[in-house]
Design a protein around this ligand. Structure first.
Ligand code: NAD
Length: 364
């Protein structure tokens, strides 16, 4: 199979982790006789420096014309004080909106080898954590009308959802649940927000098409609490843009490290998907060869699964990551007792972790 992949290395640790994901994709290509071509796309802080624009139109076009898009992360303190339209995050919203990727799939899976890295007590995580958060990505308050009064004394953002937007994201949630444990939890704030009440009505209607799926509702404050009290009750969580943003970061930490979690952002299937680790650009550790590249590597696996329909190859990456963790290799963020891990010779940097995954993949 020949595929063209747009690479947005981005800022901070973005280039560090994307480099390792590319190494792993190349080893998949070698093992399974595929050809992956790459084209570089500049977005985020780097694009602000080069073009005074976080996402120039031509760069978005490069993404739209690719078969798939892999993003590291964007942003950093250098660009924090720019006006809103010039901030790196604008590139993320521009990519998501421009590529029409309305469904963000964020698996929060705890690798059993890393149970000790979870902040939760053993008895709470005894039955593991395996949650798929399906977050609406191109609507809601992040895209709604916003503004500030001329005197600067008040400001507003608007949460607005259409029935169509809710329907299409909930269908993604129900369909994902069909292949998993057949349970969807819709998270909202229906006791306060009218947009949430619309989510509930739409969810109840769509549920009729998926009678084998169990549907329940939770207010977002309760959901945040239930995630730490009893995470194994969840299978698929379907929710709005902002609630999904917050809950998926919480869920990621429960699994051990933000450096492990991948995400896929998908549209209606007519264009490429956008694959990225859920972490940010981590400027504090950028360029130091200590960032964990596994979230980016696992994002590449999701790309193979969803955009290229290469399930065996996706599984090969996931199994390789699993065996590297089984062998005890750890980056700093998942090392637990760092001195002990170092003494055992198992503490590795970004590049070595990538190399370990490549050799596990090629040798299994
Ligand atoms: P962050 O995810 O970058 O970092 C949070 C903490 O997690 C830091 O201590 C960091 O060192 C650590 N961390 C993150 N990824 C790691 C990895 N792969 N390996 C080891 N440790 C890791 O979040 P932040 O500090 O809130 O944001 C930093 C910058 O990233 C900001 O400019 C923010 O706007 C941007 N950001 C970008 C994205 C994106 O591009 N999708 C997402 C979130 C934040």
């Amino acid at each position: 199979m020949n595929k063209e992949i747009a690479l947005i290395r981005g800022d901070g640790i973005g280039p560090d982790v994307v480099e390792e994901a590319v190494k792993v994709l190349n080893s998949v290509a070698k093992k399974y006789n595929h050809v992956f071509f790459y084209k570089e796309v500049i977005a985020g802080g780097r694009a602000i420096d080069m073009f005074n624009n976080p996402l120039p139109k031509e760069q978005l076009e490069l993404c739209l014309n690719a078969d798939s898009v892999l993003l590291g992360a964007v942003g950093g303190p250098k660009w924090d004080n720019l006006e809103q339209n010039l901030r790196p995050e604008k590139a993320l919203l521009g990519l998501r909106g421009g590529m029409k990727v309305f469904a963000n799939l964020r698996p929060a899976h705890m690798f059993p080898q890393l149970k000790s890295a979870s902040p939760l007590k053993d008895e709470i995580i005894a039955s593991g954590i395996d949650i798929l958060i399906v977050r609406e990505l191109t609507g809601g308050i992040y895209f709604g009308e916003k503004g500030m009064s001329p005197d600067g004394n008040s400001a507003w953002d608007t949460e607005m959802y259409s029935k169509k937007e809710i329907e299409r994201i909930l269908k993604v949630g129900f369909e994902a649940a069909e292949k998993r444990c057949k349970k969807v939890t819709v998270v909202d704030k229906a006791n306060i927000l009218s947009s949430s009440r619309l989510w509930r009505t739409v969810a109840e209607n769509i549920h009729r098409e998926y009678p084998e799926i169990e549907l329940n509702f939770l207010y977002v404050d309760n959901a945040a609490m239930q995630l730490v009290r009893n995470p194994s009750q969840f299978d698929v969580i379907a929710t709005s843009n902002m609630f999904g943003d917050i809950l998926s970061d919480e869920a990621s930490q429960l699994t051990g490290s933000i450096g492990l979690l991948a995400s896929a952002s998908l549209g209606d299937g007519s264009g490429p998907g956008l694959y990225e680790p859920i972490h940010g650009s981590a400027p504090d550790i950028a360029g130091k060869n200590i960032a964990n590249p596994l979230a980016a590597i696992l994002s590449a696996a999701l790309m193979l699964r969803y955009d290229f329909k290469l399930e065996d190859e996706a599984l090969a990456i996931e199994n390789a990551v699993n065996s590297v963790l089984d062998e005890g290799w750890r980056t700093l963020d998942i090392a637990g007792n760092v001195e002990k891990t170092r003494a055992l010779g198992k503490l590795v940097g970004t590049k070595e972790m990538g190399d370990r995954v490549v050799s596990a993949l090629l040798n299994n």
